[in-house]
Design a protein around this ligand. Sequence first.
Ligand SMILES: [Zn+2]
Ligand SMILES: [Zn+2]
Length: 297
Amino acid sequence: MTVSPQDWLRRLQSAFAGAAQLLAPRTAACLLCGKPQTGSRSADSSSPAKLTPQLRQSLCGACLSAIPWLTRIACTRCGRGIPCEDCIRSPHGSFVCNRSAVHYNQTMRAMLALYKYRGNEQLAPLLGDMLLPAFEALTAEIVQRTNAPNSRDSKLKIRMADHWDAVTYVPVSAEREADRGFNQAEQLAGRVAQRYHLPLKQLLVRSRHSEKQSFKTRAERFRDTRSLFDINAEEFQLLLAHAVNDSGKTQASRRGIRILLIDDIYTTGSTAEACSQVLLHHAERPLEVYLLTWARS
Ligand SMILES: [Zn+2]
Ligand SMILES: [Zn+2]
């Protein structure tokens, strides 16, 4: 069989075109604005140093730099970027403190709506990854505050699993979960737990369905939220038992049980307070609850 020079040229050209396509940077649409974008973004100076490759690859440069990261905290209790009257008025609560990944502005509202209400579950790992820098910063803060051994060396890698006994989340009502198909707080918590090999536990259940919080005053919210949650006794007992069995071996025996409670948004702190109260009420041993939320409004 003979091949004409023209045929060879054609075959060669098509082979080169195929190879070029393979080597070209993968063009993917930005998960937020849908614009095509290529390769990995570099973070601008306001971004936390550690953004996962997945986060960089899923968003275009414009969307990535529009994220209002909460890297400077003015209120050490609720993690707000500006000084906070609420926390000055009532500085003591059931949880130790809240830290949030971002400030809840219009852009973040739109991002959350895309995920929560329009069921774009592709965004779950992305939002989860956004929590990671805030989580690492919170853990580093705790290690420094409690003056754990080796904490003087700030460059030393902190093993997250040494400092947490469980990751849990704010439960949504069965009706709401059925409507939406998922619980956003559970998905966020799952991502953090998976990333750092921490035990994910459902420690709380919803005791009744609430109306929308958005139109209520602060006092109304606190009153209405109080009886919303209950302990998931079986999981909670397992957690307590595990910490007791391990005493002498784990850090939990020395510092008490430390729980990371995850939710999507921190507004007045009424949900955080109600959930923490339930956990503390059922604990037979020292227990600390820390909040990690995706956005601080
Ligand atoms: Zn974009
Ligand atoms: Zn505050």
